[in-house]
Design a protein around this ligand. Structure first.
Ligand SMILES: Cc1cc2nc3c(=O)[nH]c(=O)nc-3n(C[C@H](O)[C@H](O)[C@H](O)COP(=O)(O)OP(=O)(O)OC[C@H]3O[C@@H](n4cnc5c(N)ncnc54)[C@H](O)[C@@H]3O)c2cc1C
Length: 394
C-alpha cells in the first residue's frame, strides 16, 4: 500500500512511523527544507505516551524526555505565589516534557532512510489519492493520503466549506532557559488578570516556560523578551530567574488560534486529515500534539487489521480500507472535538481579567475538589489505541 503523509510535524511523522511498521510504502512530503533545529517544549501525557508506544517510538522518546514533573508540586498559583489549587499526583503521573525538536528527531530516526522528502510543498491532494508538489512536473498516485499539514491545512481548505481558524484573543510566548534552573520544588501555572505563566523541567534541568497575554493577534512587539518581563517579571520566584536565564533572541511569540468550528468529517475518499489539520485546538490542556499522536496510532491500529494487504506496493482490498478510514473518521471526531471545546473553555476562564471575574475564577479554582480534577484529567489521559474486538469499533 502506497501512503503519502503530507507534513513532517509530530502528527505526520508519528503516522508515518505507525504505517511503515505495518509494511506500508510511506513517503512523508514536507515543505520545509529541513527538520526544525530549534523549538520549544512539549507536554506529553499518558495518552501521548500510549500513542508513541503504539507507533514504536515510546522508549526512544522517553530517553530524551524529562521525568520529573510528578515529583514536583504542580497546579495553579496566584502572582504572589500562593496556591489556588494543587493538581492531584494521579493527573500528572505520566506527564513528561520533551524538547519538540528532540521528539521530531526520534520520529525521523525511526523511519527508513529516504522516507521523508524535505522541500516538497504539496500544492494539491485529490480524494482519489493524486498528490502534486510544487517542484513535481507530474502528480503521483497513492492508495492513502494522510493530510497532516497543520492548522492552516491547504488540503482541508481544498475540500470547500473550510471553517478556517479563530483567534483566541491571546498570544503565547515560549522559551527555554540556557542552563538548569532550580524550580524550588514546584511547576505548573500562575494565573493573573489576562495573563499567565507556566513552567516545567526538561531532562537536563533546563526549564521550558510559557507566558500568555490577552492582546490583538496583530500586536507589534519590539522586544519579545522584554514584553514578557513587563508582564510577569515581578511575579513570584523563580519566574524572574527563569526569564533572566533565557536568551532574549530565543523567545518566540505565537497568536493562539483553533479551528473556528468542528469539521463534519476528517475524511474525503482516500484522504484523511490528522492532527491540527483536523482539529487544531488551543494549547490550554496541552493536548494538540497528544491528540495528533493519538490520531496516528488510531489510524495505524485500524489499518493494522489489513496487515497482509499493506506490504509494499500490494493493492489493499478497497472495501476494507474504506471501512478502516470510516472508523478513523468517526472515532477521532468523537474523541478530539469535545477536547478542543474544553481547551477553548479553559482558555477563556484562565484569561479572565475583570475585577469581578478574576476573584470569582480564583474562588472556583480553590473550591474545586481534587477528585474532580483527577476525573477530568483521566478522561483525557487514560486512552489506548483501538484493539481487535474493541467496543469503540463496531
Ligand atoms: C503555545 C503552544 C503550546 C503548545 N503546547 C503543547 C503541549 O505542551 N502539548 C501538546 O500536545 N500540544 C501543544 N501544542 C499544540 C501542538 O503544537 C500542535 O497540536 C502540534 O504541533 C500539531 O502537530 P501537527 O503535526 O498536526 O501539525 P504541525 O506541527 O503544524 O506540522 C504541520 C507540518 O506540515 C507542513 N506543511 C504545511 N503545509 C504543507 C504543504 N502544503 N506541503 C508539505 N508540507 C506542509 C508544515 O511545514 C509542518 O511541518 C501547543 C501549541 C501552541 C501554539
Amino acid at each position: 500500500m502506497k501512503v503519502a503523509v503530507v507534513g513532517a510535524g509530530i502528527g505526520g511523522l508519528a503516522a508515518a512511523c505507525g504505517l511503515q511498521r505495518l509494511g506500508a510504502d510511506v513517503s512523508v512530503l514536507e515543505r520545509a527544507v529541513a527538520p526544525p533545529a530549534s523549538g520549544s517544549g512539549l507536554s506529553v501525557f499518558g495518552n501521548g505516551w500510549a500513542a508513541l508506544d503504539a507507533v514504536g517510538v515510546g522508549d526512544a522518546a522517553r530517553a530524551v524526555a524529562g521525568g520529573q514533573v510528578r515529583d514536583l508540586r504542580a497546579g495553579q498559583r496566584r502572582p504572589d505565589g500562593s496556591w489556588l489549587t494543587t493538581t492531584p499526583p494521579g493527573a500528572l503521573r505520566d506527564l513528561r516534557i520533551l524538547h519538540r525538536a528532540d521528539l521530531q528527531q526520534v520520529l525521523l530516526d525511526a523511519l527508513a532512510p529516504g522516507t521523508a522528502r524535505f522541500g516538497a510543498d504539496v500544492t494539491e491532494a485529490l480524494p482519489s489519492g493524486e498528490v502534486t508538489t510544487a517542484a513535481g512536473a507530474s502528480s503521483e498516485r497513492f492508495d492513502l493520503v494522510v493530510a497532516a499539514d497543520g492548522i492552516r491545512s491547504r488540503i482541508r481548505a481544498s475540500w470547500g466549506r473550510d471553517p478556517g481558524t479563530r483567534y483566541s484573543g491571546y498570544s503565547a510566548w515560549r522559551g527555554i532557559t540556557r542552563e538548569p534552573v532550580d524550580l524550588l520544588g514546584a511547576a505548573g501555572e500562575t494565573w493573573g488578570a489576562g495573563r499567565r505563566f507556566g513552567c516545567a523541567p526538561l531532562r537536563d534541568g533546563r526549564v521550558y516556560w510559557f507566558a500568555v497575554a490577552t492582546m490583538p493577534a496583530t500586536a507589534v512587539v519590539q522586544d519579545e523578551h522584554a514584553a514578557v518581563v513587563d508582564l510577569v517579571g515581578d511575579w513570584h520566584e523563580p519566574i524572574g530567574s527563569l526569564l533572566a536565564c533565557t536568551d532574549p533572541a530565543a523567545v518566540v511569540r505565537h497568536p493562539v488560534s483553533d479551528l473556528a468550528r468542528p469539521l463534519p468529517s476528517f475524511r474525503r475518499g482516500r484522504t484523511v486529515l490528522l492532527g491540527d489539520a483536523a482539529h487544531a485546538m488551543t494549547p490550554d490542556l496541552g493536548q494538540g500534539g497528544n491528540q495528533a499522536m493519538e490520531d496516528a496510532a488510531t489510524l495505524a491500529a485500524l489499518l493494522g487489521g489489513l496487515r497482509g494487504d499493506l506490504h509494499g506496493y500490494a493493492q489493499p482490498d478497497p472495501d476494507r480500507v474504506d471501512r478502516a478510514l470510516a472508523d478513523y473518521d468517526r472515532l477521532r471526531r468523537r474523541r478530539t472535538q469535545p477536547i478542543a471545546r474544553r481547551a477553548r473553555t479553559v482558555g477563556r476562564v484562565a484569561q479572565a481579567r475583570g475585577r469581578v471575574t478574576v476573584p470569582l475564577r480564583d474562588a472556583a479554582l480553590r473550591a474545586t475538589p481534587p477528585s474532580a480534577l483527577d476525573r477530568a484529567a483521566r478522561v483525557v489521559q487514560d486512552w489506548r489505541p483501538p484493539a481487535p474486538g474493541d467496543p469503540r469499533v463496531p
